[in-house]
Design a protein around this ligand. Structure first.
Ligand code: CO
Length: 188
């Protein structure tokens, strides 16, 4: 697999519904994939990107809560991340790089404590509130095949119905044109 060929897949690509598997070893390939994911995340002005969004069923997330490629100190790589504690509840506007242009209110925990491994294989723990907590929850959901549309209230889902139909129509059209390769998913 060539990390440089990785692209962000859009809803309703089936890779987004796959359950990601734990990363067993931090190889050069994992490092190259993470670097490519940062590239894609910055290109699309995201705060986080999960491996299933590049059609890889790996428990791997990249994050930068500043979304600023010049602020590399803020980059986080999360391998096999888990939320070990969550508190409170808050509604906020949310989008997803796999649903370009779609934003809706989603209720999330206000505070989360996360454990993950970094690219050096060191376990770290982090407590986040508000927006960073929201990003963690959104990205970790991706690893379980859960999308933000699943977390919307009925009003948000109703308001998204037309956009979702459009994403499905575009996906079907791209598939007919041969632009979407199902092999991507098996490309490990
Ligand atoms: Co997303």
């Amino acid at each position: 697999m060539m990390p440089s060929s990785l692209k962000i897949v859009k809803y309703p690509h089936p890779a987004l519904r796959q359950k990601a598997q734990p990363v067993q070893a931090i190889t050069d390939e994992v490092r190259r994939v993470a670097a490519r994911m940062f590239e894609l995340m910055y290109e699309h002005e995201g705060l986080g990107l999960a491996a299933p969004q590049v059609a890889l069923p790996w428990q791997l997330i990249v994050l930068n809560f500043t979304a600023d490629p010049d602020k590399r100190d803020n980059e986080l790589v999360a391998i096999n991340p888990v939320i070990v504690e969550s508190k409170g509840s808050v509604v906020g506007r949310e989008g997803c790089l796999s649903f370009p242009g779609l934003y809706q209110n989603v209720r999330r925990a206000k505070t989360v404590k996360v454990q993950a491994y970094d690219l050096q294989g060191r376990l770290y723990e982090m407590v986040c509130h508000d927006l960073p907590a929201r990003v963690w929850q959104h990205e970790i959901d991706h690893l379980h095949g859960i999308l933000f549309i699943d977390r919307m209230g009925s009003l948000g889902r109703e308001r998204s119905a037309r956009e979702l139909q459009q994403f499905i129509a575009e996906f079907e059209a791209d598939k007919k044109k041969g632009l979407i390769s199902a092999d991507l998913v098996a490309q490990l």
